[in-house]
Every structure is written in structure tokens, then in C-alpha cells.
Design a binder for this molecule. Structure first.
Ligand SMILES: Nc1nc2c(ncn2[C@@H]2O[C@H](COP(=O)(O)OP(=O)(O)OP(=O)(O)O)[C@@H](O)[C@H]2O)c(=O)[nH]1
Length: 307
């Protein structure tokens, strides 16, 4: 079905809801997956939110995941495009919300170019799983049955290692990504403050309005009340900037692990499996968003730990 009255992320949202309703009414049980292809200019957030905000949609279908196809030949150009103040680059957004990222057309660029693109993508989204491809050739189960919003699959998303399938240089990349994301973040803040509207955009890494990933890994037990307050306030104050987050927490007095995921102000959390008797109580959270301040997030998080 073609929804071409406008842009799926705004005007056609009502149509999307109706279309899903219709498909469910007419063909219930006859399809396994619905694939929605947006234009390259769509912001994924409102589409994701439709699956939670609209009761009918929420009850009928389940959002499986966001897949972003990156054209390695042209991606840099789009990622580096400078947008008017306050407008987030669509290419950056589509990477930031993704669960799976297919880096396509790798035959058209050199290996160092692909690696540098991977690094750039990782600095934006370190939660997604990346795969390199030519002519979009990936296994079907790479793009269907992702479980990107499933609480049962939080653990794999918040593990420290990036989830590239490709990697022989895994170790090296991990270190590098980490530093890079960090530098990038700070670099960007400098840029914002110092240059303002100036036209110093030829320099690498200074273009998008600071969309990055911050991951926090910390052993200890969290004070439930404090953690509740911290996350609650964070979402109250920063939900526009927090695109996605996932976490696995050790909460004091709770024999199970607590897992959660969120997209802007949508938050879902639940107890998960029991902690093993000798299992280290390691908390892991990953945020993807705009103008994230690693130090601030880390301090806020650590203040919730039982002293
Ligand atoms: N060399 C090479 N060409 C590719 C690859 N994947 C797609 N193409 C070619 O690129 C051309 C444009 O295809 P795409 O960039 O996929 O276009 P598209 O995104 O489907 O176009 P729209 O959906 O209309 O935006 C076609 O001729 C494809 O055959 C690849 O991995 N390598």
C-alpha cells in the first residue's frame, strides 16, 4: 500500500493508523510482518511513537525494529550536511533510532572509507547491530524478527561490545569507538559555544547537533526511589533529546534484574530473570540522543547507587 499524501512522520500518521487497522481487520492471521518503508527524509520517532501512542495499533501489532540502510558512497555527504539551527540532520536521525544498520554499496568505496563511516555511525548509535552489504544482500532474519523494543532482549543491546558481525578488528574498534564518541561529544559542545553561527564547517566531526551515544556500566545496587526519581526527572526534562535508551539494573531488594527501554517519553520497564547467586551486580545503561552530557548522566546515575 502506498501512503503518499505527504510525509509519513507527520501528515500521514493518521493514514498509517487506519491502514494498519484495515490490514488487521481484513487479513488477520495472514501476514507475519508489516514492513514500512519511509522516505530518506523521514524522522523515525513519530512512526515509532505511533505504535505506542495509538491504542488500536498497540493492541494489534508489535513494533519489531528499525532498520536503516546506509549508502556508503554518499552517507558522509548527508551526515555532514549542515542544517538550520535546531533541525536535526535526517541521516543522523535515521542512524540514531536504528536497531539494525546495513552499510550498503561497500564495493563503491575503499576499506578505510567504510571503516571511518562505521566509526562515525558508532559514535551516533552504539546500540545498533551493523552489517556491511552489497546490493542490500542480508539474511531475511537480519531485518525481520529483530526484537529491538523487546525487554527480553535488552541485555544484548546494552553489552559493552559493539555488535558488528563483521569484525576481525573487534578489539581495536571497541576502544576506538569509545574514545571517539567521547571526543566527539565534547568537541561538539565546544563548537556550539565558540563558533555559533560562524561558517567553520569544513572541519571533520563538527556538523550535526551532537547526536551521540553514552553508555554507563557500573557495579553496585541501585536505590529504587533514587533511581525512579532520577529517570523520571531525566525524562521530564530531557525527553525531547533522549531518542532511545535501554538499561539493565540491579535494584536493591529486588531479586530479579530490572530491564527497561524508552523512546523519548515512552518508557517500559519490567523485572527480568533472577540474578544468579554469585553474579556480579553490574548495571548497564545506554542513551542515544542529542547534546548528551556523559559526565552529567554518569554522575546522576552513580548518585542512585547505594553507598
Ligand atoms: N555498485 C553497487 N550498486 C548498488 C548497490 N546497491 C544498489 N545499487 C544500485 O544503485 C542504484 C540506486 O539504487 P538505490 O540507491 O538502492 O536506490 P533506492 O534507495 O532504492 O531509491 P529510492 O528508494 O527511490 O530512493 C541502482 O542502480 C542499484 O542497482 C551496491 O551495493 N553496489
Amino acid at each position: 500500500m502506498m501512503l503518499n499524501n505527504g510525509c509519513l512522520c507527520c501528515t500521514v500518521r493518521g493514514d498509517l493508523v487506519r491502514m494498519i487497522g484495515e490490514l488487521v481487520d481484513k487479513k488477520k492471521g495472514k501476514f507475519d510482518h508489516l514492513v514500512i518503508e519511509t522516505t530518506g527524509l523521514a524522522n523515525p520517532a513519530p512512526i515509532i511513537q505511533t505504535f505506542y501512542a495509538e491504542d488500536t495499533v498497540f493492541n494489534d501489532v508489535k513494533l519489531d525494529g528499525v532498520v536503516t540502510l546506509v549508502d556508503s558512497k554518499h552517507a558522509r555527504l548527508h551526515l555532514d550536511e549542515v542544517k538550520p539551527k535546531g533541525i536535526v540532520n535526517e541521516a543522523v536521525q535515521q542512524i540514531a533510532y536504528a536497531d539494525r544498520i546495513i552499510i550498503n554499496k561497500t564495493d563503491l568505496v575503499s576499506e578505510p572509507e567504510v571503516s571511518s563511516l562505521v566509526e562515525r555511525i558508532r559514535s551516533i548509535n552504539r546500540m545498533a547491530n551493523l552489517k556491511r552489504a552489497q546490493y542490500g544482500k542480508v539474511d531475511l532474519d537480519y531485518v525481520l524478527g529483530i526484537g529491538g523494543f523487546d525487554l527480553e532482549r535488552i541485555e544484548s543491546a546494552v553489552t559493552e561490545e559493539p555488535h558488528d558481525e563483521h569484525e576481525h578488528e573487534h578489539e581495536h574498534k571497541h576502544e576506538h569507538d569509545h574514545d571517539h564518541a567521547h571526543d566527539h561529544d565534547h568537541h561538539h559542545h565546544d563548537h556550539d559555544h565558540k563558533h555559533g553561527e560562524h561558517n567553520h564547517h569544513a572541519h571533520d566531526h563538527t556538523h550535526d547537533p551532537g547526536v551521540s551515544s553514552v553508555s554507563i556500566v557500573c557495579e553496585g545496587e541501585m536505590d529504587l526511589e533514587k533511581a525512579d526519581m532520577w529517570l523520571g526527572n531525566l525524562l521530564l526534562e530531557r525527553s525531547d533529546d533522549i531518542y532511545r535508551m535501554k538499561g539493565l539494573l540491579s535494584v536493591s531488594g529486588m531479586p530479579q534484574r530490572f530491564v527497561f527501554q524508552g523512546v523519548h517519553d515512552i518508557f517500559q520497564g519490567s523485572p527480568d530473570r533472577m540474578w544468579e547467586p554469585n553474579e556480579p551486580r553490574i548495571n548497564k545503561i545506554v542513551f542515544i540522543g542529542r547534546n548528551l552530557n556523559r559526565e552529567e548522566l554518569e554522575t546522576g546515575f552513580k548518585d542512585c547507587l547505594l553507598k
